[in-house]
Design a protein around this ligand. Structure first.
Ligand code: 5GP
Length: 190
């Protein structure tokens, strides 16, 4: 998506050789027009897959997941970052390390909103080491639903996440692929 690359070059801030701040587009502020365009792109790529539900993890994945769900005319479910220890018999839970925050969080999705009949498209903002994605993939597998694919806005391909998920045989589509942030320069790949 050329428009997205342009916006990342204009508004992204390289924090280190590994971290790109995208608060202006994804992680703090949202541009509705650009976000709807991302949703159309994902919807187009998965148009003929019989998707019945979009899933994401709160919070940064929600806007683009909503845009995709709107285009495909299916519901969106977001896994919640659990803040309570109250036992919910319907909850599917996984513990995931957070790449940027350096902490571990629990994510949960209620069985009420995912069923073995579902064909799931998982949408997320950024993939780095893939821990967050792997957590939600485990939840989807345990629900019995079929994971059709994963759509990520930004794949940092110099980190292992996208590669290891593809090696699991999961279809992964990214809107932009970043190959390097070295020296403060954002480099894109095909
Ligand atoms: P992973 O679990 O794949 O290592 O990291 C995924 C999550 O960490 C993403 O959903 C995103 O919120 C955050 N993250 C990872 N790398 C970056 C980055 O370079 N910039 C920003 N803004 N967030 C990142």
């Amino acid at each position: 998506m050329e428009v997205l690359k342009k916006r990342i070059l204009e508004e992204g801030v390289v924090i280190s050789d590994e971290v790109l701040k995208l608060d202006a587009l994804l992680n703090h502020q949202v541009d509705p027009q650009l976000t709807m365009e991302m949703g159309r792109e994902f919807a187009g790529r998965f148009a003929d897959c019989g998707i019945t539900r979009i899933v994401t993890v709160e919070s940064s994945g929600i806007a683009v997941a909503f845009a995709t769900a709107y285009e495909l005319k299916v519901p969106l479910v977001f896994a919640r970052r659990k803040k309570t220890l109250l036992a919910d018999p319907d909850a599917l839970c996984e513990r995931v390390p957070s790449f940027t925050k350096g902490i571990v969080t629990d994510i949960m999705l209620s069985r009420q909103f995912i069923s073995p009949e579902d064909k799931i498209l998982f949408i997320d903002d950024i993939i780095a080491n893939g821990d967050a994605a792997r957590g939600l993939i485990k939840i989807i597998e345990r629900s019995g639903a079929e994971l059709v694919g994963l759509g990520v806005v930004v794949e940092k391909s110099f980190q292992a996440g996208a590669r290891t998920i593809k090696e699991q045989g999961i279809r992964l589509e990214s809107l932009v692929r970043i190959t390097s942030l070295r020296g403060g320069t954002i480099e894109f790949g095909e």
